[in-house]
Design a protein around this ligand. Sequence first.
Ligand SMILES: Nc1ncnc2c1ncn2[C@@H]1O[C@H](COP(=O)(O)OP(=O)(O)OP(=O)(O)O)[C@@H](O)[C@H]1O
Length: 323
Amino acid sequence: MSSVISASQLTMRFRGCDALNGVDLDIPAGQVFAILGENGAGKTTLIRILTGFQTPTSGTCRVCDLDPVKQALQVRRRVGYVPDNPSLYDWMRVGEIGWFTASFYGDGFLPTYRQQIAHYKIPEDRKIKHLSKGQRAKVALSLALAHDPDLLILDEPTSGLDPRVRRDFLESMIDRAVAGRTVFLSSHQISEVERVADRVAILHHGQLRCCEPIDQLKESMTELTINVEDPLITLPPPPAPASLVCESVDGRQRQMIVRGFQPEMAAVIASATGVKDVQTRRMSLEEIFIAYTREGSDLSEATNNDQVVSGMAATMDDEGALA
Ligand SMILES: Nc1ncnc2c1ncn2[C@@H]1O[C@H](COP(=O)(O)OP(=O)(O)OP(=O)(O)O)[C@@H](O)[C@H]1O
């Protein structure tokens, strides 16, 4: 499968902050890819680099087989991009912004945009500055989708959308992937990600903690609850190839989040001196996210994958970047 996005050791240092730290990505075509991360994890910075709005401090990336640093305009022609807070030209009308943006694309752009706007029931003669937050989001989405991009990059795409539109929108993302297009989502809505994404990455403090098919990730993670006789007892780490992601202690109960745990390992742990019993269970994506972003969780096993845009109406700056 060919990669739509690849990145090697992407690093972004701002004054007083490392927003990205050695991120490697490889995102195949025809998938819905989602990146999860806490506030300030570096998701928007990554998207800005991939869309050519920000030059990384070091590292390289390719998007649709182009270099976003040297070929930013070409990248933006191939990609549909909706930032988390799209800045549209407020003085334009809904129809005018479509007409204006169409001048950068092919003939099919305007009819598709108008069709989408009509589908969302937004009057073409309404000024952008008079639109509600959700209507603005719909206009930004319509602009990003109208040239049918190979890659669609969406930063918090469903914020501001009502539940029905949100559901339709997410389903349409799956349809795009089935048709061979790639969708890159940055989101805090873990339940939505779980519903639509094929592949997921977790970014924490600028480092990629995991990046893989969502089913594989869920399959590989186990929560162990171990009851012990003595609260001060030291338990050995789970045997290789399993690895400990994080651990917590509550009196005589230990909780371990383990990657690559094999069922037969439970008997080995249960037979250790001072262990009363061991229970295991699979985890939801939300629980996995919390484990990987817990302070003190093991940062040694980072891998990766991912995504970018259109939106002539989107503007961004890169103040504060250190070369
Ligand atoms: N231009 C800048 N100058 C200085 N620091 C910046 C700049 N842009 C981003 N940062 C810092 O880089 C870090 C990552 O920011 P980023 O916007 O990428 O996070 P995010 O994961 O998108 O967060 P959120 O979920 O809150 O949108 C933050 O600590 C932020 O303050």
